[in-house]
Design a protein around this ligand. Structure first.
Ligand SMILES: CC(C)(COP(=O)(O)OP(=O)(O)OC[C@H]1O[C@@H](n2cnc3c(N)ncnc32)[C@H](O)[C@@H]1OP(=O)(O)O)[C@@H](O)C(=O)NCCC(=O)NCCS
Length: 186
């Protein structure tokens, strides 16, 4: 059975993973949600107004009271900057499986932060939450995301053609990855 404990603070060498705050609306908008380079790799369109980000954040912040809600902001310890987000979602209580997704602001790409955050969340999911399997999918034209999955030990399980249609009405093939608790905790 999954042991839910909300969104506790997780610390890595360089990062603090912790709940997002409503007061961070502008940083979230500026740093990743308004950026097409980030949005092109996600399902939803880039935000064109801060009001959209404010609304989205309201929904997130209101769910932190729910123990089954796991949604972290990624803060760079050295500077205190909020550089991205990562969440566990789609918990299936019949299998104890879930999904993970993440995004970082463009200026922080390729510094190893994505791998560090994903590693911490996978570790938390298996060791603290008793998750059975963590899965994720990335567009095949976004290989960096597949690379961080591979770096934390996730295995590629196949490619699903036209798995999503993005906000620009483009179908995307997605590469599906997963990692089992029994493989992680050996
Ligand atoms: C995916 C994402 C989180 C990766 O975070 P990151 O901090 O840049 O990742 P890391 O620095 O830990 O690792 C990136 C790896 O991808 C590799 N990489 C980067 N661009 C690449 C490319 N075009 N082709 C192949 N590999 C690439 C890097 O070399 C690095 O691998 P290495 O350590 O073996 O050299 C970040 O790019 C992002 O937020 N993208 C936009 C949103 C997104 O894609 N979300 C995921 C949706 S599935």
């Amino acid at each position: 059975m999954i042991k839910f404990s909300g969104t506790p603070v997780l610390e890595t060498d360089r990062l603090l993973l912790r709940p997002l705050k409503q007061s961070e609306t502008q940083s979230i908008f500026d740093n990743w949600l308004s950026d097409e380079r980030v949005a092109d790799n996600r399902v939803n369109a880039a935000h064109t107004s801060v009001a959209q980000t404010e609304e989205r954040l309201k929904k997130i912040v209101s769910q932190y009271e729910d123990q089954e809600f796991c949604y972290w902001g990624i803060e760079l310890k050295e500077t205190g900057e909020l550089i991205g987000e990562i969440d566990l979602y789609d918990f299936d209580c019949s299998t104890d499986n879930c999904e993970v997704s993440y995004s970082l602001g463009f200026k922080w790409w390729n510094h190893g932060y994505g791998t560090e955050a994903l590693q911490a969340v996978v570790e938390f999911g298996f060791r603290q939450m008793n998750i059975h399997k963590v899965s994720a999918a990335h567009n095949t034209d976004n290989p960096a995301s597949g690379r961080i999955m591979a770096k934390v030990g996730m295995k590629q399980e196949g490619v699903i053609r036209h798995m999503i249609r993005n906000a620009k009405n483009q179908y995307k093939d997605c590469s599906v990855y997963g990692i089992l608790r029994e493989d992680y905790l050996i």
